[in-house]
Design a binder for this molecule. Structure first.
Ligand SMILES: O=P(O)(O)OC[C@H]1O[C@H](O)[C@H](O)[C@@H](O)[C@@H]1O
Length: 484
């Protein structure tokens, strides 16, 4: 049982729907809610209005993520903004040696996905020619870890030294891509200041800063003010695009531009997915179907943990990106009318096959409270055959002669079958290949699915009041520390 799109992307829900799982009768009982949710999505697309959504300051706020895939005049991504990103690519390639992407939450997670998928683990150890002139990439600001930040500075300084020893006549050029929608997030800004000051002191390093923040000029963010003062170029995290949707705007796209990732193909995938998700027929609308099955699995069958388990190392960051999307969007104490509901599925990061040797015991035999969501790549662009390197060892000979992706697929299928044989729910998102287009499809489908589920659960999927709790305590605590 699977919903397959023309692009080849498919959602296989065989192990989530049917007898003993979410049933047709379950779906029928939510028919009116589903219709309402679908209508709400139409209004959101057309006007940006989502009933019950208020900003952090309690003001009505538009929800505009569904506009991002459409590169059009007057849109958040316009032909002009995309052309400016192409210029950024041209200016970075063969000029900038290293980019440090500084941000946390939505200002980090999507960028990490794009980097991992496009560059892979060993990017920074490749030669400049192997990187096609694109810079090395580092991440910072996604924690306040003294050791790692110090290590990063030392590493960059050491790379600058190596470059100068190899006869580079110019300083090592580092671009700090400083990303914060609110413009003052402690984790991001503290790392930025430490790194900026340290690198500035090194004559072998030249530092350049690009700021990505809320563009509002009437009430500029701290970062916006700083950028104006310091004459740093700025890019936008537009109003109406919450952190967890920013991979489709200049937060993700500036990093994409710096590594030569195909922005237009990525947005084209998201756009195609948005169009499919306008289908009124739930069996043809992957976001509506995914949201409905997961919502019902949670509400009626107690499956309120979602394990996001891509099969592939470089997709682990997709799972981490999804954590924020699911947790911040749906983990809500109150519904839209203020009644206490304490809704939400708890997200869990897993990777296949890695976690088949760690988490699977719990998935297979632990509490019946999980849905395991697999992500599968159908065709890998490289796929070594496992050789019969030691014919005298029959156990090793047995696993030889197939490609690594075939073995990976067997592992996934076996895991899904075993789970299904013990009343465990799972589903698979199949990507024909790991391209920017299909990645755009997948991530956008997940974003839209969350928007549907917010409506089904009657919670505001676009705020995150719960994260203010610790922030209210942390601010004065830091102040008190300073005054000591
Ligand atoms: O981009 P920033 O304003 O720095 O925010 C970064 C992150 O911090 C907050 O705590 C929010 O919970 C996240 O939704 C947000 O993505």
């Amino acid at each position: 049982m699977s919903l397959e799109l023309k692009s080849g992307f498919s959602f296989d829900y065989e192990n989530l729907f049917g007898e003993g799982k979410v049933t047709a009768a379950d779906l029928k009982s939510f028919e009116a809610d589903l219709k309402k949710a679908h209508e709400a999505m139409k209004v959101m697309r057309k006007t940006g209005f989502v009933a019950g959504h208020l900003s952090k300051d309690g003001e009505p706020e538009k929800v505009l993520f569904s506009e991002l895939p459409y590169i059009e005049e007057g849109h958040l991504n316009s032909p002009k903004s995309i052309a400016r990103l192409s210029k950024l690519t041209a200016s970075v390639q063969n000029r900038v040696d290293a980019v440090v992407s500084l941000g946390i939450g939505g200002s980090f997670l999507g960028n990490k996905v794009l980097f991992d998928v496009h560059c892979g683990e060993f990017w920074n150890s490749k030669s400049k020619a192997e990187r096609d002139g694109f810079p090395r990439v580092y991440f910072s600001g996604n924690n306040i870890d003294p050791r790692r930040t110090t290590d990063l500075i030392e590493h960059i300084n050491a790379s600058a030294k190596v470059a100068s020893c190899h006869g580079e006549k110019r300083p090592y050029h580092v671009m700090l891509l400083l990303i914060s929608k609110s413009g003052g997030t402690l984790d991001t800004m503290s790392n930025f200041m430490v790194i900026y000051e340290a690198l500035k002191k090194n004559p072998e390093v030249e530092v350049e800063v690009i700021a990505v923040t809320d563009p509002n000029e009437k009430q500029p963010t701290l970062l916006k003010k700083l950028a104006t003062e310091q004459k740093w170029p700025t890019y936008s995290v537009p109003d109406g695009v919450g952190g967890r949707f920013t991979i489709f705007c200049e937060v993700g796209l500036t990093l994409a531009a710096c590594i030569g990732f195909d922005i237009e193909a990525f947005l084209a995938g998201a756009k195609a997915m948005d169009q499919v998700c306008q289908n009124d027929d739930i069996w043809q609308n992957p976001a509506m179907l995914n949201a409905a099955l997961k919502f019902i699995a949670s509400e009626k069958h107690g499956r309120d943990i979602e394990v996001m388990m891509p099969y592939g190392d470089y997709l682990k960051s997709v799972s981490e990106w999804y954590i924020q999307l699911l947790a911040e969007s749906l983990g809500k104490q109150f519904d839209k009318q203020g009644n206490e509901v304490c809704y939400g599925r708890t997200p869990v990061v897993a990777v296949g096959t890695t976690d088949m040797h760690a988490q699977t015991q719990q998935h297979q035999e632990g509490k019946l409270n999980k849905i395991v969501q697999f992500i599968r790549i159908q065709k890998w662009d490289v796929d070594p055959v496992i050789p019969d390197a030691f014919p005298s060892a029959p156990k090793l000979s047995d696993i030889s002669g197939v490609t690594m992706s075939q073995a990976l697929d067997v592992a996934l299928q076996s895991n899904a079958d075993a789970l299904a044989s013990n009343q465990r729910f799972s589903a698979v998102f199949n990507l024909p290949e790991l391209t920017p287009y299909h990645l755009g499809e997948l991530l956008y489908m997940l974003a839209m699915s969350i928007a549907y589920e917010g409506e089904l659960a009657n919670v505001d999927a676009f705020n995150q009041p719960g994260v203010e709790g610790y922030k209210r305590i942390m601010g004065p605590k830091l102040q008190a520390l300073k005054n000591k």
